[in-house]
Design a protein around this ligand. Sequence first.
Ligand SMILES: Nc1nc2c(c(=O)[nH]1)N[C@H]1C(S)=C(S)[C@@H](COP(=O)(O)O)O[C@H]1N2
Ligand SMILES: [Mo]
Length: 291
Amino acid sequence: MRRPTRDDVTPKSIWMNRRALLAGMAGAALLPSVARAALPAPTPREDVTSYTNFVEFGTSKKDAPRHAHKLTRDPWSVQIDGLVDRPQTYALADLIAAFPPEDRLYKFRCVEGWAAVIPWQGLPLAAVLDRAGVQSGANWVTFTSVLRPEEMRGQRAPILDWPYVEGLRLDEAMHPLTLLATGMYGAAMPPQNGAPIRLVVPWKYGFKSAKSLVKITVTAARPATTWNIAQGDEYGFFANVNPEVDHPRWSQADERWLGDGLFAGRHPTEMFNGYDEVAPLYAGMDLAKDY
Ligand SMILES: Nc1nc2c(c(=O)[nH]1)N[C@H]1C(S)=C(S)[C@@H](COP(=O)(O)O)O[C@H]1N2
Ligand SMILES: [Mo]
């Protein structure tokens, strides 16, 4: 299989927007990428499902593939609360019915230095927040993963401050790239990848993309987030992919692509993981300081 290149996964080519496809040429004209002849080549599914970070099940890459099926995913609901006009608890099926899944092919980059190209299915977070009605005075969005130590063996140990919590600034949360993913590779989200619903923020290091979400809270104050609490010097709140800001223990200048094989070369890391269109969100900020 042909390996993906940056050209395949440029921001324009990721807009595999099913609604636009259904809308036909009119929609496609607004989204030039839809007309691209060659579909990008995703990382093989087996590589993405067999090598995971999901500390609730343990610290090894193989723990979640082995144990995540023990998490009960049905019934599942997601609560939207905080500074919104219409707080709501969605049963997962109702959420999917209300916001039909769209296809998004994104490059995903872990802070550890590996990356993959993943075809996700999901709904833009902005759609859910818009329906909830974000109030003025809201500045931040907090994402809470499920807390269920009886089903998640890693949560029975003090590896992290449970539950896993992540956060975005409101404009980051509302950006059209920010996705609530309910599937990958055209099927329901595998348990080890964050079933049944997870966040995907493709221009940030993977730890921002919290798995198995139960709550999304709109707040005035910036939330305290799990990895930032654990080791703030290593895991900044913003965590934008940035080849120029190294992790204290390793370089972020290049990355390994899952599926490339053990002896393949590394690839240069791209600012914002290649999603240049988010740069205006950070105008005037010092990203070496706000890493
Ligand atoms: N709840 C929760 N979300 C999480 C994690 C986790 O341990 N727990 N790991 C994060 C990290 S570090 C990465 S790189 C991605 C990994 O997603 P993947 O295993 O589906 O590739 O999930 C992120 N979301
Ligand atoms: Mo990660």
